[in-house]
Design a protein around this ligand. Structure first.
Ligand SMILES: [Zn+2]
Length: 340
């Protein structure tokens, strides 16, 4: 970009401007997501973090917004912050031109001003789960008071925009603009996928709402003794029952749990003399265990966050069962089958 707009600078200057522009863009996106997060927190939605990836950034909420107003304010905060930032950079660029600052600084400021306005504009497309799509959902939700219907409409619009971008990308490709075309098609595919996933998440929430872990747990889980050798654990349990986590129980009381990941790190030669009890770590409630009266939705979120597929169900420090991703999924698929 810079060599075509600011001619006659040395090559080093362009590299420096490129680097400054990239760093500026990075902070612009962080700022945008941070503004989403701050507003979300103000409305009492806990935030898990901000993830940046090739298509931009996502402020990850632990929970969905509780009201149309919360969703609207949270969604609009990002584009508003980008507009403010963009105008700020454009004012800096104008000041730079007026006082004849170096054209390197003016170039980077203009670029960042433009890119922030573009960021705001793109995010305001009413394509769920982009910010504009969330705004659309909040408006529909406030109007009809039906979250599922609103999500359905907003994600269909999101999907349609995704298809539109894919078509645009293909046309560009055919016209010979390979990089641009490929990029648009990729963003379109991503948007379509995200719209679909977001809709499914809302459906899952709806179906698991109010269901307790107790309902899904297996009350007779496979447990192991702390005196078992790691070798026997692998041969007699892992290879026959295929679980990734085993509660370690000694005389009826829960000692902790042992996972496949831990076993993996024990060299083969040591497996015959090491005991499961040495490996059993305390399986904390925040990580590998849930209360039977916890919401199934919370259990699902925890599995997703930890990348595990099973949790121990523990009441008063005693093991009462195990809940697995497979059981939750089976319930969901039956419910979809019977209700849709
Ligand atoms: Zn945003």
């Amino acid at each position: 970009v810079f060599p075509s707009y600011y001619k006659g600078l040395p090559a080093g200057a362009y590299w420096l401007m490129g680097a400054a522009g990239a760093v500026g863009l990075f902070f612009s996106i962080v700022f945008h997501e941070l503004c989403h997060s701050v507003v979300a927190k103000r409305f009492g939605i806990p935030m898990r973090g901000i993830t940046l990836f090739i298509f931009g950034g996502v402020a990850e909420m632990e929970d969905e917004p509780t009201s149309p107003k919360a969703e609207f304010m949270m969604a609009i905060a990002g584009p508003v912050s980008s507009v403010v930032l963009g105008l700020g950079f454009l004012v800096l660029a104008m000041a730079g031109r007026f006082w004849a600052w170096s054209s390197m600084a003016v170039g980077v400021f203009s670029y960042l001003g433009f890119i922030n306005l573009l960021l705001a504009g793109f995010n305001l497309l009413p394509a769920f789960p982009l910010d504009g799509g969330r705004v659309l959902r909040a408006l529909l939700w406030g109007w009809k008071r039906n979250l599922r219907w609103s999500t359905d409409i907003a994600s269909k619009v999101g999907s349609a925009f995704g298809v539109g971008l894919i078509v645009l990308g293909v046309v560009e490709l055919l016209l010979g603009n390979f990089l641009g075309g490929f990029w648009w098609a990729l963003i379109g595919l991503f948007l379509r996928g995200a719209a679909h996933t977001s809709y499914q998440q809302v459906r899952v929430r709806e179906m698991l709402e109010g269901e307790k872990v107790r309902k899904f747990m297996n009350t007779e889980p496979v447990t192991v003794s702390p005196w078992l050798t790691v070798e026997d654990l692998v041969e007699k349990y892992v290879y026959t029952t295929h679980h990734k986590l085993y509660p370690v129980v000694d005389g009826g009381s829960l000692v902790g749990c042992v996972t496949l990941d831990q076993v993996k790190h024990i060299p083969h030669v040591e497996r015959e003399r090491r005991r499961v009890g040495d490996l059993a770590r305390e399986c904390s409630a925040a990580e590998s265990a849930v209360d039977p009266d916890e919401d199934a939705l919370k259990a699902l979120a925890r599995m997703r966050r930890n990348g595990t597929s099973r949790l121990m169900v523990v009441k008063n420090d005693a093991l009462v069962g195990i809940v697995t991703l497979k059981d939750l999924m089976r319930f969901l698929s039956l419910k979809i089958d019977l209700e849709d």
